[in-house]
Design a protein around this ligand. Structure first.
Ligand SMILES: Cc1ncc(COP(=O)(O)O)c(C=O)c1O
Length: 444
């Protein structure tokens, strides 16, 4: 009956605002135990389908249909696309609504009044402690809670660093090419010019880095975005040598470092040299980007300036959200969520690889088995990328190629199709459909 009730709300058969019978009445009507009805009401209330007032009945929630479209069958983010492979988003239908709602109730019940005042701009001590434990355990980060800063995502961490570095006279920062355009855009907004630097098979190429003259460089070493490689051990060491030699800073964007499907993830670079690496991550890939919650750890010499910037920027992140995430982590819910996503995403990656092999024989999937996206290099006959993408688009498939993320595409990249395929937010059936549609569109 729980499923039937959920479906009735989802489909609109039970309109928002409708008052439901009491559990006693409904149990009698349906001839089931009252406990069963109570349990269904509680579960659906936790999921946001129903609302209940203490002793005042149960109603159909107001925002359900807009907030929760066809739970497993995600609405594409590219309007009009039948299948959306654009990377960057986790499966939002895996958001742990019931556990989150339970943590929220717990937090509101336990937070003393004074805790609702202006927070420490660094973040709640309780959350910084939980984060320090989590990052040390899962990512090998050297994390003293005193040095953890709670921010609203990698984006804010980047902006904060940009402002602080600018105030210190830094006017240029190296960024990976190919890379996420966000890094460059955020540093530019802080008055710091991004300098695109090339990669090779092992990570950011050290020669061009040295020649560029920059002293700060932004990297994604655990799973480079978008190429999907993990920096080699040698390149990690070379990068740190470089940072020492120029008294510089490596910014480590660990945006999806929790997800690795073939072995344990490579530990964070920060763990090797916390005084030359600023480390940042967020819950955007593990829970939902809309939460806007993340963290930043900086070398001791930068802590004071970064905290002061955070204070003048927004006086700190919302207290209830921070307490909620702390509780969620302390109780093991965060680890559970990671395990659940890990299972789903591993399966989706396997489905994608199989579908590519079936419809585009000879395709090479490169990059490590990790994160939320993969790179597929199609055989030469499918190029050039612009034509392929236009045909995929016409067939209703939104997809990107590596050239979309490159400032200076290598010669080969203008001819060969290298797709950047976000698979985590797409169901296995849709993944197969998307690959089949692309194959049909280009006559594969
Ligand atoms: C490389 C990279 N870093 C970070 C982020 C996430 O930023 P935030 O934590 O602000 O949501 C993204 C989002 O897609 C990304 O691609």
């Amino acid at each position: 009956m729980q499923a039937a009730l959920r479906e009735a709300v989802r489909s609109g058969r039970l309109a928002p605002g409708t008052r439901l019978p009491s559990s006693r009445e409904l149990a009698a009507d349906l001839g089931v135990s009252r406990g069963l009805v109570t349990e269904a009401y509680e579960q659906l209330t936790a999921e946001g389908y129903l609302r209940s007032g203490r002793g005042a009945g149960t109603w159909v929630g107001g925002a359900v249909r807009a907030a929760h479209p066809r739970a497993r069958d995600l609405a594409p983010r590219s309007p009009g696309a039948r299948v959306d492979f654009v990377p960057g988003t986790p499966d939002l239908s895996l958001f742990p609504r019931a556990a989150w709602a339970a943590a929220q109730r717990g937090v509101l019940a336990e937070l003393p009044h004074h805790a609702l005042g202006y927070p420490d701009p660094r973040g709640l001590p309780r959350l910084r402690t939980a984060l320090a434990e989590l990052l040390a355990r899962r990512r090998g980060v050297v994390a003293d809670p005193e040095r953890v800063l709670v921010v609203s995502g990698v984006a804010q961490a980047t902006t904060l660093l940009g402002f602080v570095l600018h105030a210190r006279g830094v006017r240029a920062v190296g960024v990976e090419d190919p890379g996420t355009p966000e890094h460059g855009a955020l540093y530019t907004s802080a008055g710091v010019r991004p300098v695109p630097l090339p990669l090779d098979d092992e990570g950011l190429a050290i020669g061009p880095l040295r020649e560029s003259g920059v002293r700060v460089v932004v990297t994604t070493p655990a799973h480079q975005f978008p190429s999907g490689i993990a920096y080699s051990a040698r390149r990690r060491a070379e990068l740190l040598d470089w940072a020492h030699s120029v008294d510089g800073l490596v910014v480590e964007d660990d945006y999806d470092g929790d997800f690795r499907y073939d072995r344990a993830p490579v530990g964070a670079l920060q763990g090797l040299d916390p005084e030359h690496v600023a480390y940042t991550g967020s819950v955007s890939k593990s829970l939902a980007p809309g939460l806007r919650l993340g963290w930043l750890l900086v070398p001791a010499s930068l802590v004071e300036e970064v905290v002061e910037r955070k204070r003048t920027m927004d006086l700190g992140n919302p207290v209830v959200d921070q307490a909620l995430l702390a509780r969620f982590m302390e109780r093991g819910d965060y680890d559970r969520q990671l395990r659940r996503c890990q299972r789903a995403y591993k399966e989706r990656r396997d489905v994608l690889v199989d579908a590519l092999e079936e419809h585009f024989p000879g395709t090479q999937v490169s990059g490590i088995a990790a994160g939320l996206h993969a790179i597929a290099t199609l055989p030469g006959r499918y190029g050039p990328p612009a034509r392929f993408l236009a045909r995929a688009d016409a067939a209703g498939v939104a997809v990107r190629s590596l050239t979309d993320y490159a400032q200076t595409p290598a010669g080969e990249e203008r001819v060969v199709v290298r797709l950047v395929l976000g698979y985590a937010h797409v169901s296995p059936a849709r993944i197969r459909e998307g690959v089949r549609l692309m194959a049909g569109a280009v006559g594969a």
